[in-house]
Write a protein that binds this ligand. Structure first.
Ligand SMILES: *Cc1c(COP(=O)(O)O)cnc(C)c1O
Length: 504
């Protein structure tokens, strides 16, 4: 077989696969245009996306594993870290790692904290954080053999008190985490107060991580509301030991790029893995992956250079205007209430408890109704804690493109609220009724469910998925199930649910 005929066949099959890919992508919600108010961060500038694609093309083929071989890796890395460090007011004692995303940045901060404290996996070393901190920290605890000690927030405001966080710190604490802001609510934790309390009374090696995965590139440019100064949370606070900031959020870069900044060489390098104890090349991995793409970081860097300070702050100004307009419009919808928040691009809405039942709008029914009208918002389950349950809510992430969409979003928001006002709270899928009843009556314990073989759990979830012939039943019914199930059972079911979606 000649290589030319192979080339021809490869090209033919490749074209066919590309056409299929295009068809797959047609099934997706639009990643640009502002109709999806979570997951995607659209600058509203298609030219910026083109630059990112060209950057990725230029970076294609490089192995980001080794900056000593591929000098471009080091250039991109230092370029990104220097800019983000300046933005977050770090000095030259702050060092950075470019990672694949927020989860990895958070995970590495936790690993460094464990190592700096000299703790071993499973020996009780603990992460202290508000319940509202991103799930990435629970995942980090799970993977790193740390304990996760959550601190309850005020159920009305969603806010964690610094005193409560500090009271949770003990001799096992390796890291305290604050969010700027928290993803579910947009609330910024009291970082300065926590920093002062840790400084005054605790082991200086205990880390204080600020999770600015969401806020890192947007809050520094956010216009301060008149008469109010934004709460401080960045590296100007000397007790802050690390900050995570995602480039693939408000850096408008393709997915796969984030930065972890750490104070001091020791903490920066504590999360690296290095070994010469094998017969191959000397291994030094600052991040979890070995071989890795340069594409996301290269694209992030080009986007960052293209925008500069001026472009970034203009895009944030557009985001802030859109946020203000949406806050006003959503706040005026009867039956919905905007939850407490700090200035920033996150809005969460819940039931307005001050109106009679028949005027209330359930945020999950509203989210499904918005979805049917072409605007995707994200349902968030109620969260049980001893101080009082955080209400069911729906989440909107505002991005620069939103400023062109405000009118349409509000038109949909109003129509969706009219569609569902006064309706009863969503019920779980009928297929789960038996399990929920049995759990409720005690005939079945959470442990019984957890002991079920995976194949049985799979069958149960497939039943629910396929037994649901009501087109109107959206995410609301599933979230209703999650709200009623014990955490561990809910986690097991959502895992089975996702697996069922992708299983072949
Ligand atoms: C997005 C986010 C993360 C996790 O980031 P991924 O990029 O999704 O891995 C962590 N913390 C906050 C506050 C976030 O918004």
């Amino acid at each position: 077989m000649s290589s030319d005929s192979l080339t021809t066949r490869v090209i033919d099959r490749g074209e066919h696969a590309l056409a299929q890919l295009a068809a797959f992508r047609d099934e997706d919600p639009p990643t640009t245009g502002g109709r999806v108010l979570s997951y995607v961060y659209d600058s509203g500038l298609p030219e910026l996306d083109d630059l990112a694609i060209r950057a990725a093309r230029l970076a294609h083929g490089v192995n980001g594993l080794d900056p000593t071989v591929f000098a471009s890796v080091a250039h991109i890395h230092t370029g990104i870290v220097a800019r983000i460090r300046e933005l977050l007011n770090g000095d030259d004692g702050v060092f950075g790692t470019v990672t694949s995303g927020g989860t990895e940045s958070c995970l590495l901060a936790c690993l460094a904290a464990r190592e700096v404290m000299g703790r071993a996996p499973g020996d009780g070393g603990t992460i202290v954080a508000p319940v509202s901190v991103h799930a990435a920290f629970r995942k980090a605890a799970h993977l790193l053999g740390l304990r996760f000690k959550s601190v309850e927030v005020d159920p009305r405001s969603g806010r964690a008190a610094a005193a409560d966080l500090l009271a949770a710190v003990d001799e096992d604490t390796v890291l305290v985490v604050c969010s700027a802001p928290a993803y579910p609510s947009g609330v910024i934790d009291p970082v300065a107060e926590v920093a002062a309390g840790l400084e005054a009374a605790h082991d200086a090696r205990i880390g204080l991580h600020v999770d600015a995965c969401l806020g890192g590139l947007v809050l520094p440019h956010w216009p301060a509301p008149p008469g109010r100064t934004a709460p401080g949370w960045d590296l100007r606070l000397k007790r802050v030991t690390s900050i995570s900031a995602d480039l693939h959020k408000y850096g408008f870069a393709p997915k796969g790029s984030s930065v972890l900044l750490s104070r001091g060489r020791a903490r920066h390098r504590a999360s690296w893995f290095a070994t010469v104890d094998w017969p191959g090349y000397p291994v030094v991995n600052p991040t979890l992956a070995g071989s890795k793409p340069l594409e996301p970081a290269a694209a992030a860097w080009v986007v960052m250079e293209a925008l500069g300070e001026e472009g970034q702050s203009e895009l944030v100004a557009r985001t802030a205007r859109a946020t203000d307009e949406l806050l006003e419009g959503l706040g005026a919808i009867e039956g919905l209430a905007v939850l407490d928040r700090d200035p920033g691009p996150i809005i969460a809405v819940a039931i307005d408890e001050s109106v009679p039942d028949d005027r209330r709008v359930h945020p999950h029914l509203w989210a499904d109704a918005c979805g049917r009208l072409g605007i995707a918002v994200q349902a968030q389950p109620a969260f049980r804690q001893e101080r009082g349950t955080l209400p069911s809510s729906s989440h909107l992430t505002i991005t620069p493109v939103t400023h062109r969409m405000v009118e349409e979003i509000l038109r949909v928001a109003v129509a969706a609220a009219d569609d569902v006002r006064g309706l009863a709270a969503p019920a779980p899928p009928p297929g789960l009724a038996g399990v929920l009843d049995a759990l409720g009556s005690g005939d079945l314990s959470p442990a019984d469910v957890l002991a079920l073989p995976e194949d049985d759990v799979h069958a149960m979830v497939v039943d629910v998925l396929t037994g649901d012939d009501d087109d109107e039943a959206g995410m609301a019914t599933l979230i209703a199930a999650i709200e009623r199930l014990p955490d561990e059972v809910g986690s097991r079911l959502v895992r089975a649910y996702l697996a069922a979606v992708t299983e072949t």
